[in-house]
Design a protein around this ligand. Structure first.
Ligand SMILES: Nc1ncnc2c1ncn2[C@@H]1O[C@H](COP(=O)(O)OP(=O)(O)O)[C@@H](O)[C@H]1O
Ligand SMILES: [Mg+2]
Length: 834
């Protein structure tokens, strides 16, 4: 066949609108032109979906995979391909109403439809063998997010940290976070402004916090993080100031309601939302994945489409660049997802795709029947426009304006008048094709579709088509027990085997069984001190009121910022009249100890004290903060000397060791100062001593010299007397020399004594220093040992209740015989008491 050309899509034949004639000129569309995307507009029934299904069929034959978003369910028709074109092939898929309207039996109508398809295809040069080729070339799957009618899709993955770098792609990552958060908030009915909404800012910050650390998020983790954010600061404000706990808790509750809804389970299992698995089978056959979302609510659709587009962007960015068509993304009817003024979460990723996908060979094909509600600015890069029949002049002008700016963008010029005239004369299945890669526009009629275009399929029909399909890769089953839905309270047929129907306003949880019947029996043995023979053991749920949460102990004076968790079970016992917190059991319950389903084969006790009325729970809830403030005291240790408080949870031993270390540091500091202070004085003294010692040494030498001199002088005088020399002068000289010598000796002695004094002084100073240092050391040592106890009471504002629910606490009702063969029945807890 002349239209079987690789890389060229057979869309139809040229059509002369003036003479209303189909021409024999094939419209073969170059697949590569799709990398600049295509936009298809036309009124309902103008044949848009038919045209795009043709395009997808051609892509499938050409082994180009496709992601198809199908808001109305029309594109599911891609699976209705019957190579033999037998009436019985059509029989199950015909529109029964159409048959009735035509006054035909279903069988007759099926025959007619198969005939019309055979003829239609024939007119366009096609036959069953081409249908077979289509079916063989590509795997077609209908995915149903949020439902198990088709192949379910797990959105769990979509909160995982994307494999993008914060250095290179921070803008993209932030956009993705924004979209994810908006879509998520949309699910709980919060229409949030990303810049001003507290909810949006907090969630976006949490996403960024986790994703920056390459930590995957899921809804449960997010819910916990909302209540206890790992970040303390949002902009200039403290988290609690910016978004008080109470309000955060409400947000967490609202998100939790999504998880708790039974219908949400189907969002969590199935093929994980990762693009490669939707583009090919595990063994590499190209795949067309149709995401059927007709059954979803508007926020759910928005959520899913946003998640999917985000995933596409991330996947795309990891692909090497190309100029040929790698894959298609087709959205049938983008009404509401790409509006001109509003900014729904789907819009930004769509803009990003239209801007960037080209480089990665991803062609985006969009259709709409509503040309007014469309952001044409986002379409200026779109190379191919398929314009079909339009309803009003206004629609026509709008499309022409959009096309004109797109043409200007690509350097072309649009003859608006000519186009306007052409558009006005278009019939069904006739389109005006404007392709920037082509010289001139053409009008053409779409070829007959190989798929049986019977219109939207219902969930049941989708199920029929997909019942034998299993998600192939990345199948995810529910992991967390806490995500199991709460069963709808049923009107109890018998109080014993069903939980009583409490008001649906009351949150109910089931405490996990953490103790077996055997263990409970041996506890009874311990308590009674005798061996027992168990006759029967029955798991019995008793209603209790459970409160779980955190208490903040914040005291800037003490540099204290601590949180303590609490879990209280208020258990009505047969003896006590009223239900009160005073007798409540403090239990250790982790998240995983709280289930939303009872164990099977359990019985339910109806405690008359617990009426199960919302009113009663409300009053219990009101009384809780006061009770906690009275009973939950944080005992701190205080060191008056050091002015330090122990931290919550810091034992005396640890606190002492910390104090010792602080004492040691303080002591060293003081001793350093002391040394400094003494050092100067010591230095002065020691300098003086050194000088004295030197001068003593010098004078000593001098004195010794003078002694010799005196001896010589005296000798001379004596000799002079003998020799008859003038002796007076000599004698006086000798005398003075003697005197001098004696003076010298005397100063030496004095200096020596002075030096001695100095030495003593220095020693004393050193001793003094030592003593002072000891005082300091002792003082700091003692400081660490003298502790006072400081009780710290929380205020009502410090109490955060995270979970307040009617909790079914499991017990073992054990009937046993004692040694005397008398029978007893006791009830033992089957849960962990703290
Ligand atoms: N290419 C085609 N081959 C056969 N029938 C077609 C084709 N295109 C449209 N039709 C018929 O016209 C009907 C309406 O066309 P459709 O593509 O669904 O319109 P739109 O999507 O613009 O509302 C289809 O249900 C089908 O019966
Ligand atoms: Mg359509």
């Amino acid at each position: 066949m002349e239209f079987e050309k690789l890389g060229a899509f057979y869309l139809g034949k040229e059509y002369d609108v003036k003479s209303n004639k189909l021409l024999d000129q094939l419209v073969m569309y170059d697949a590569r032109d799709l990398t600049t995307h295509a936009f298809c507009v036309g009124m309902t029934g103008s044949g848009k979906t038919g045209l795009c299904i043709n395009l997808l069929e051609e892509a499938a034959i050409d082994h180009v995979p496709a992601l198809i978003i199908d808001p109305k369910g029309d594109v599911t028709n891609l699976l209705l391909t019957f190579p033999d074109l037998r009436p019985e092939d059509f029989r199950n898929w015909i529109n029964v109403d159409d048959a009735r309207r035509k006054g035909l039996t279903e069988e007759e109508y099926a025959v007619q439809q198969s005939e019309s398809w055979r003829k239609g295809l024939q007119q366009w040069g096609q036959d069953g063998s081409r249908i077979r080729m289509l079916r063989d070339s590509t795997d077609f799957v209908i995915y149903t997010p949020g439902s198990e009618s088709g192949v379910p899709v797990s959105i769990l993955q979509s909160f995982s940290a994307p494999a993008l770098s914060w250095d290179a792609d921070s803008e993209l990552l932030r956009q993705r976070i924004q979209g994810t958060v908006s879509a998520l908030l949309g699910l709980i009915g919060v229409d949030a402004d990303p810049v001003r909404s507290k909810e949006h800012i907090l969630l976006a910050n949490l996403f960024e916090y986790f994703w920056r650390q390459r930590e995957d998020l899921d809804l449960l983790k997010l819910i916990l993080a909302i209540q206890k954010p790992p970040i303390r600061q949002l902009g200039a404000f403290d988290v609690d100031t910016f978004f008080p706990y109470k309000e955060r808790f409400q947000l967490a509750m609202n998100l939790n309601n999504i998880i708790a809804a039974p219908s949400f389970q189907s969002w969590l299992k199935g093929q994980s939302l990762e693009i490669p698995g939707f583009l090919s089978t595990p063994d590499g056959k190209p795949r067309h994945s149709i995401f059927y979302i007709a059954h979803l609510s508007d926020p759910e659709r928005m959520f899913f489409v946003t998640m999917l587009l985000n995933q596409v962007i991330t996947w795309m960015r990891t692909q090497p660049g190309t100029t040929s068509l790698r894959a298609l993304l087709y959205m049938d009817e983008i009404f509401g997802f790409f509006p001109p003024v509003a900014n729904p979460p789907s819009k930004q990723p769509m803009i990003t795709l239209l801007k960037q996908a080209r480089a990665f060979g991803l062609g985006v094909v969009l259709t709409t029947q509503n040309p007014i509600d469309l952001d044409y600015k986002g379409l200026t890069n779109t190379g191919t426009w398929f314009i079909g029949r339009l309803q009003t002049e206004r629609d026509k002008m709008r499309v022409l304006d959009g096309l004109e700016s797109a043409s200007l963008e690509s350097g072309g010029k649009l003859n608006k008048e000519q186009f306007g005239r052409l558009i006005s004369s278009l019939g069904n299945r006739i389109f005006l094709l404007h392709n920037v890669h082509q010289e001139s526009p053409v009008t053409f009629q779409t070829r007959w579709a190989m798929s049986y275009l019977r219109g939207p399929l219902t969930g049941v029909q989708v199920h029929e088509l997909m019942k034998n399909r299993r998600p192939d890769v990345g199948t995810q089953e529910l992991v967390s027990e806490t995500m199991t839905p709460s069963p709808q309270p049923t009107i109890a047929e018998s109080l014993a085997t069903h939980p009583p129907a409490f008001s649906p306003e009351i949150r109910q949880v089931y405490v996990a069984v953490r103790k077996g019947a055997g263990e409970a029996a041996s506890e009874i043995e311990k308590q009674t001190g005798t061996a027992i023979e168990v006759k029967t053991s029955t798991l019995l749920y008793r209603p209790t009121v459970l409160a779980r949460g955190l208490i903040d102990f914040i005291e800037p004076r003490y540099k204290l910022n601590e949180q303590q968790s609490f879990a209280l079970l208020a258990q009505p016992s047969p003896e006590t009249e009223a239900l009160s917190w005073e007798k409540a059991l403090s239990v250790e319950l982790a998240e995983k100890d709280l289930l939303y389903r009872p164990e099977s084969d359990a019985r339910f006790d109806r405690m008359p004290q617990l009426t199960g009325e919302a009113k009663q729970l409300e009053s219990m809830r009101k009384g809780l903060p006061d009770h906690l403030c009275r009973t939950k005291t944080l005992m701190l240790l205080y060191s008056p000397a050091l002015k330090y408080y122990s931290k919550a949870g810091e034992g005396e031993r640890d606190f002492m060791m910390r104090l010792k270390q602080i004492g040691r540091e303080q002591r060293d500091l003081e001793v350093d100062k002391l040394n400094d202070r003494y050092a100067k004085r010591l230095q002065t003294l020691e300098d003086r001593l050194r000088r004295l010692d030197q001068s003593v040494a010098r004078k000593q030498a001098d004195a010794n010299a003078r002694k010799t001199e005196v001896a010589v002088s005296v000798g001379e005088s004596v000799l002079g007397m003998f020799l008859g020399r003038r002796s007076t002068r000599v004698a006086s000289t000798a005398l003075s020399k003697y005197r001098q010598s004696r003076t010298a000796s005397m100063t030496v002695t004095q200096d020596k004594a002075a030096a001695e004094n100095l030495r003593r002084e220095i020693d004393e100073l050193k001793k003094e220093l030592q003593e002072e240092a000891t005082v300091i050391t002792d003082r700091w040592d003692q400081a660490a040992s003298k502790l006072e106890e400081v009780p710290l009471r929380p205020s009502r504002n410090d109490v955060q209740v995270h979970l307040f629910a009617l909790a079914w606490a499991p017990h073992w009702q054990i009937t046993y015989y004692d040694q005397d063969k008398s029978s007893h029945t006791v009830v033992q807890p089957a849960f962990k008491a703290g």
